[in-house]
Design a protein around this ligand. Structure first.
Ligand SMILES: Cc1ncc(COP(=O)(O)O)c(C=O)c1O
Length: 387
């Protein structure tokens, strides 16, 4: 393998000089360099001490360092291997949710109206949305659906990647959405070791619900990018904070490319709180209790007449995917609609996704919410089955 990042990143981006501000050199004193409003926020209740009238830090090194250390500490891989140097802040770039990180990696690598990305349906739709916005073609290689494993078809993917040099990114969702299946690390490594014409992007939005992140591998594999988010396990979807783990070389490029102040002061402050030791422990406890609730939901709902005994996909994320009445899309849609409009419980119809005919995706809520869901689901489905 002879991976050369310069061949993968668009030339103008590769040579980009990052935006610099006076604050990169001086942060103290009377700050009259950035055309801020020194009188403070005009809503006076937003206390001047909060510094909201000042631009936020463009780098967020403290947060990045804490997150890198957490991923090192909880890594399934031994960082004693010489090529697996521990992650540091240098390996991270932050985005406005991983949705921005997805867009950034596409813009950094793919030439519009020419180059392509590969996605593996059924999967998260934002990869294709971002590709379309950027005029990038989307090539598909489905997950293995026939055996309900929803794993990556490594051989087929490699064949497609080798056959088409215009494919620059290979998106893997692990654990998958809507499948809930964590992709075998061996399969990801097989792609990394056998394809050097682009980047393998592993979207780990739900990784804390099962563990085993690939993030620590970015110091070994320069063609690996791992995306994570504070939106799921950390319960901070509202602050919009996504993380891209990559080699320090690629990370530098992504940091040079991003809007300098993309992470707001509020988001940065909440994010930093989230990675304090006690809060990391709390996050782990919460994901554990959600996993227990997930098993309970599953047991209750798969026991019902009209729900297939075997759930679809895996249990590696914070949701379940259930097949209604042997794959009955009409009934699944009706159930979805009635639950939302009559019961006030909103789940997601996924019946049009590959291998998910008749499926509803149900997020694990609080114990109370889950109880409500179970009651309403039972009642509504029984009515539909009688018709
Ligand atoms: C697989 C996957 N990736 C990324 C995201 C988006 O995450 P964020 O809130 O960080 O933009 C989601 C949200 O549902 C997701 O399911």
């Amino acid at each position: 393998m002879t991976f050369d990042l310069q061949k993968i990143v668009r030339p103008k981006i590769y040579n980009l000089e990052p935006y610099r501000c006076a604050r990169d050199d001086f942060t103290d004193g009377i700050l009259l360099d950035a055309n801020e409003n020194a009188h403070g926020p005009t809503p006076k209740e937003l206390n001047k001490d909060s510094q909201l009238h000042r631009y936020p830090d463009p780098h967020q090194v403290e947060f990045k360092e804490a997150m890198a250390q957490y991923r090192n500490k909880t890594s399934a891989f031994k960082t004693t291997e010489p090529e697996l140097t521990p992650l540091s802040a240098q390996n991270l770039c932050l985005g406005v949710g991983s949705d921005e990180s997805i867009d950034a990696i596409i813009r950094a690598t793919c030439v519009p109206a020419k180059e392509k990305i590969l996605v593996m349906p059924p999967t998260y739709s934002m990869y294709s949305v971002c590709a379309n916005i950027n005029d990038i073609e989307v090539v598909q290689c489905p997950l293995i659906v026939s055996d309900n494993s929803f794993q990556v078809d490594t051989e087929k993917v490699l064949t497609m990647l080798h056959a088409d040099p215009l494919i620059k990114l290979c998106f893997i969702t692990s654990p998958g959405n809507p499948t809930g299946v964590k992709i075998d690390t061996d399969r990801i490594i097989s792609l990394l070791e056998n394809w050097d014409n682009g980047l393998v992007v592993v979207d780990e939005a739900y990784i804390d619900f099962c563990g085993g992140s690939t993030a620590p591998l970015v110091t070994k594999y320069p063609n690996l990018v791992t995306l994570q988010t504070l939106s799921k396990s950390f319960g901070l979807a509202g602050i919009r904070l996504g993380m891209t783990f990559a080699s320090s070389q690629l990370s530098n490029i992504l940091n040079a490319m991003k809007a300098p102040y993309n992470i707001s002061r509020m988001a940065a402050s909440y994010a930093l709180t989230a990675v304090q030791q006690n809060n990391l422990q709390l996050m782990e406890q919460t994901t554990e209790s959600m996993n227990i609730e997930q098993r309970r939901l599953l047991k209750e709902l798969t026991a019902l007449d009209g729900v297939d005994d075997q759930y679809v996909g895996g249990l590696d994320a914070n949701f379940i995917l259930l097949r209604i009445n042997g794959g009955d899309n009409e009934m699944a849609k009706q159930l979805y609609y009635t639950l939302a409009t009559i019961s006030g419980v909103v789940v997601r119809f996924r019946g049009t996704e590959l291998g998910c005919t008749g499926c509803l995706r149900i997020t694990v809520g609080t114990e109370e919410e889950n109880n409500r869901l179970i009651t309403e689901f039972k009642k509504t489905l029984a009515q539909l089955m009688k018709k």
